[in-house]
Design a protein around this ligand. Structure first.
Ligand code: G3P
Length: 219
């Protein structure tokens, strides 16, 4: 499973990229607004830090405007992915941007049929929002499973990018349901390796080694 970081903060992303385990980044207008930075400069820094797909979301709501904004974003770097909303105009723009050879992430997906339509429009990624569905008492993970089945039934190549992830359990469940990618807030990414028995086991190994005077290097 590929792991993306759901953030627009270049410094935080660069730190996490040092793990060598960050495959891409998703930004959105709310995340960009939080940083207070110039979005084009921030995206350039992020594209340099992470070689994988970096999603940059359009603000226009009409297809022509989305295409124009997408072309502008695409000039930042080769790994920019244009993020468009799941609307008729968004899918029209998706088609056009894909024809131009650009990657497109279709966002704000809340139903299996929406995901099917995005795949028909040639989306590179579809972003179903797990947490926001759970928030209103619906089954976010069920949506991932439904999309997986539809895409497999028709051999759609669109990658399922599980978004609005709120916990490490969400990552586990999305992986089991067959999501291709999960985009994680930095705080969740940092929790991925946490397990009390790992910490306890390591402390015991090191203390036993110290007691026995075990050494691997002279220094
Ligand atoms: O990138 C969009 C998505 O991940 C938003 O998550 O937590 O605002 O629902 P959230």
């Amino acid at each position: 499973m590929k792991l993306f970081i759901d953030s627009a903060d270049p410094q935080e992303i660069a730190e996490l990229a040092e793990t060598g385990l960050v495959d891409g980044v998703t930004t959105n207008p709310s995340l960009a607004a939080k940083t207070g930075l110039d979005i084009f400069a921030a995206l350039k820094t992020i594209c340099d830090a992470v070689p994988g797909p970096i999603s940059a979301e359009v603000l226009a709501t009409d297809a022509a405007g989305m295409i124009a904004e997408g072309e502008r974003y695409a000039k930042i770097a080769r790994n920019i992915t244009i993020k468009v909303p799941l609307t008729w105009d968004g899918l029209k723009a998706c088609h056009a941007l894909r024809d131009m050879g650009l990657m497109v992430n279709v966002t704000l997906c809340f139903s299996p049929v929406q995901a099917m339509m995005a795949a028909k429009a040639g989306a590179s990624f579809i972003s179903p929002f797990i947490g926001r569905l759970d928030d209103i008492g619906e089954d976010g993970m069920g949506l991932i499973a439904d999309i997986r089945q539809i895409y497999d039934n028709y051999d759609f190549r669109t990658e399922i990018l599980a978004a609005s992830i709120r916990s490490v359990s969400h990552v586990r469940e999305a992986a089991l349901a067959g999501a291709d990618v999960a985009t994680l807030p930095p705080v969740i990414f940092r929790q991925l390796l946490s397990h009390p028995l790992t910490d306890k086991g390591l402390a015991a190994f090191l203390s036993d080694a110290k007691k026995a005077g075990l050494k691997i290097r002279d220094t």
